[in-house]
Design a protein around this ligand. Structure first.
Ligand SMILES: [Zn+2]
Length: 340
């Protein structure tokens, strides 16, 4: 047999089979068929022993050269197949930038925060700055300095949460008045928004709710300034046609004191369920800061006067978005919050 010719035939057959191998697994089979222990080239090498001695090295060299060339075909084909597999995987993952995007869900500020920021912006326009205080207060700041001694009935109206150290979860934002005025010199123009706590729960009351306090102290501040500012504020919140009513009232820390009502926007004063048939809805309390409160802050009440007002932020949010139950604001239910 002419081993040279048969090696050339084996090599050509291997080249074609390798080029036709459709996958890496098929390529491994083809390689074994020609180069494996029982492969065609190995058989040629095994047959060397039967050859004449002078033929052996020539055939051996030729067989090894064939083997190398076939390995070269296998390597080339493997690279081609691997590149194709990689391209295919990349194509499957390719991003089509011309497709419309998937919009990620977007949150928004809580309704209370929106009302609070709106109020802050309005009062900033009138030269008021924002003052804050802690939610755990001393009894002095929350009660005594505001004219509510331990046996005062106003404490019952603000039935509240006490801590073991004799502190109290503040029942209103008014203690911020004491903090803001003590050790400072007027003129003052502050608003103080924040969380407050009372032992109170009903569809319209939550044990935790939000108030905003506003106060102004100077040498010539009168009730007329208070009315002017509250009118401007309620027009901003409720619209230009809002009608207000000041009703004589009592707070231990203001004198004179008033409740501020606005005419019901739903029935225009005729009476409906929302206004409990009265035609009016409470907007908050206000009055001239009591001289003893000024004195408790180290200010001379003969020289300085001021007004203060307070209202519930939560009620403003409930009105603005028609939320019937205050608890819906704090339960974190996205079905409610996403509607706002
Ligand atoms: Zn009404």
């Amino acid at each position: 047999m002419d081993t040279g010719a048969s090696l050339a035939a084996i090599e050509e057959e291997a080249r074609q089979a390798i080029a036709a191998a459709p996958s890496l697994a098929a390529l491994a089979d083809v390689r074994a068929r020609f180069l494996g222990k029982k492969g065609s080239v190995s058989s040629v090498l095994r047959g060397i022993g039967a050859l004449a001695p002078e033929e052996r090295s020539r055939v051996g060299e030729a067989a090894n050269a064939s083997k190398e060339r076939i390995e070269g075909f296998v390597r080339e084909r493997r690279e081609t197949l691997e590149r194709a597999a990689q391209d295919h995987a990349l194509a499957a993952r390719r991003l089509d930038v011309s497709l419309p995007g998937i919009r990620p869900p977007q949150g928004h500020l809580h309704p209370i925060t929106r009302v609070e920021r709106d109020i802050e912006r309005f009062f900033a326009g009138l030269g008021f700055s924002v003052e804050e205080g802690p939610e755990v207060e001393t009894e002095w700041n929350n009660f005594e300095a505001l004219g509510i001694p331990p046996d005062h009935p106003a404490r019952d109206m603000q039935a509240t949460f006490f801590t073991e150290g004799g502190h109290v979860l503040r029942t209103h934002t008014s203690p911020v008045q004491i903090r803001a005025m003590s050790g400072r010199q007027p003129p003052f123009r502050f608003i103080a928004p924040g969380r407050v706590y009372r032992n109170d729960r009903s569809p319209r009351h939550s044990p935790m709710f939000h108030q905003v306090e506003g106060f102004m102290v100077d040498e010539n501040v009168s009730f007329a300034h208070l009315k002017g500012i509250l009118y401007a504020f309620q027009r901003h919140m409720m619209g230009a046609e809002v009608e207000l009513r000041f009703r004589a009232s009592y707070f231990p820390f203001t004198e004179p004191s008033a409740e501020l009502d606005y005419r019901c926007l739903l029935c225009r004063g005729a009476g409906c369920a929302t206004c409990s048939q009265s035609g009016w809805i409470e907007a908050g309390g206000c009055g001239m800061i009591h001289p003893s409160v000024l004195a408790n802050c180290g200010l001379d009440p003969e020289r300085w006067q001021g007004f203060a007002f307070g209202m519930t932020l939560d009620r403003a949010a409930m009105l603005r978005w028609g939320i019937p139950n205050i608890h819906l604001l704090f339960e974190g239910d996205l079905r409610v919050l996403e509607q706002i």
